[in-house]
Design a protein around this ligand. Structure first.
Ligand SMILES: NC(=O)c1ccc[n+]([C@@H]2O[C@H](COP(=O)([O-])OP(=O)(O)OC[C@H]3O[C@@H](n4cnc5c(N)ncnc54)[C@H](O)[C@@H]3O)[C@@H](O)[C@H]2O)c1
Length: 352
């Protein structure tokens, strides 16, 4: 296999640019072509990164020796385009969400199996140092019996944001609102850390924006191992507040704020036993961020994306499995679709 893998990007909008930056930061990856139905968008990204522009994916696949294609289009197009790429024998990385319906996800998994190419789905926060550290500690059972896991996403998106693309906030192409678009990262982390979700009950509403889908949602969760959890999310919280993932067990607790481990306290590290009332939060270990990009989400985004693209390169070279393959990426979408169903029929939904 060539030392440098050749990449293509489909969809040259906000996140297409982040992928181009991420590829450029990797020594063994090269962006050679980009596709966008909007010729100006394709031309702009292509000239910035020395790639060839296309307005049609099939033309690009027929003409370019790409080995990996990254799908960065509106979410409801991910399946169709990813299947086209896989059927051409190329590996594919798909932006989150993997797709917005169970049927489309099923087809992607079937095409991946039939073609034998690699399929990875972006969930870049799994590659943050804080997430990896907490995941390792959970594997070591350092938190003891997990009892509660929360994901809190009080974000702000202006009406202008929803109006900036006709697919945003629609059922057909965004597949949902704050849960499917923004909170999927935190839902994926929560279920990766706490284990599979068994059942959900949710409420959703649209309180601030002119859009079809929800801009506020809450859900209660029961995890397969018996622990409980909550999700609270909105894009109507001006000016936008830190994302929190909270993991609580009877031998330790951790809080991740944005990409940073802001609290970690494990019984195994205690030099003396603590009182029956525990410790006040400020006495817990507050971990300072070690990354230089913590105040700059855009920069962090490209670096976490680069780690995930590097993981795909590893999987291709070793003929292994990417950390977030199609089966992994299906989980958060399944949780979100179940919350939507619960909110619609006002009943608890058990996940299959
Ligand atoms: N991982 C993350 O943190 C993250 C962040 C932002 C967006 N995303 C995901 O990335 C995807 C794109 O989001 P965005 O904000 O970049 O959207 P965007 O609207 O800025 O860009 C989408 C681009 O796709 C192009 N496009 C549409 N249909 C196409 C087709 N059939 N073929 C080729 N190009 C096509 C559009 O012209 C546009 O330039 C979404 O699925 C979104 O959920 C992920």
């Amino acid at each position: 296999m060539a030392e440098t893998l050749r990449f293509g990007i489909v969809g040259c909008g906000v996140i297409g640019l982040v992928h181009a930056e991420a590829i450029a930061s990797l020594p063994d990856a090269q962006l050679i072509s980009v596709v966008d139905i909007n010729p100006q968008q394709a031309q702009k990204l292509a000239s910035q990164y020395g790639a060839r522009p296309y307005t049609n994916l099939q033309h690009m696949l027929d003409s370019e020796p790409v080995e990996v294609v990254i799908i960065c289009t509106p979410s409801g197009l991910h399946g169709e385009l990813a299947c086209q790429v896989m059927r051409s024998g190329r590996h594919v990385i798909v932006e989150k969400p993997m797709e917005i319906t169970r049927e489309a996800i099923e087809e992607m998994l079937q095409v991946q199996q039939a073609t034998g190419v690699k399929l990875a789905v972006i969930s870049q926060h799994r590659f943050d140092q804080a997430s990896l550290q907490v995941h390792d500690l959970i594997e070591e059972k350092a938190f003891g019996r997990l009892v509660l896991g929360n994901a809190i996403v009080p974000w702000w998106r202006s009406q202008q944001y929803y109006d900036s693309g006709d697919w945003r906030g629609t059922w057909k192409l965004d597949g949902g609102g704050v849960l499917m678009n923004q909170t999927i990262h935190s839902i994926d982390l929560l279920q990766w850390l706490m284990g599979p979700v068994k059942s959900v009950f949710g409420y959703t509403d649209t309180l601030v924006h002119r859009m079809e889908t929800e801009d506020v949602a809450v859900a209660v969760l029961r995890f397969a191992d018996g622990a409980l959890g909550t999700i609270a999310a909105t894009t109507g919280a001006y000016p936008g507040v830190t994302t929190r993932i909270e993991i609580f067990g009877d031998k330790g607790s951790a809080v991740i704020e944005n990409d940073r481990l802001s609290f970690l306290h494990l019984v195994r590290d205690d030099k003396q036993s603590i009182s029956s009332y525990g410790v006040a939060p400020q006495e817990g270990k507050q971990h300072e961020d070690t990354g230089s990009t913590s105040q700059n989400p855009a920069a962090l985004s490209a670096s976490s994306h680069a780690l995930q693209i590097a993981d795909m390169i590893r999987a291709i070279r070793e003929d292994g499995t990417p950390l977030v393959d199609g089966y992994e990426a299906r989980q958060p979408v399944e949780i979100i679709l179940s919350i939507y169903e619960s909110a619609r029929i006002q009943k608890e939904i058990t996940l299959s």
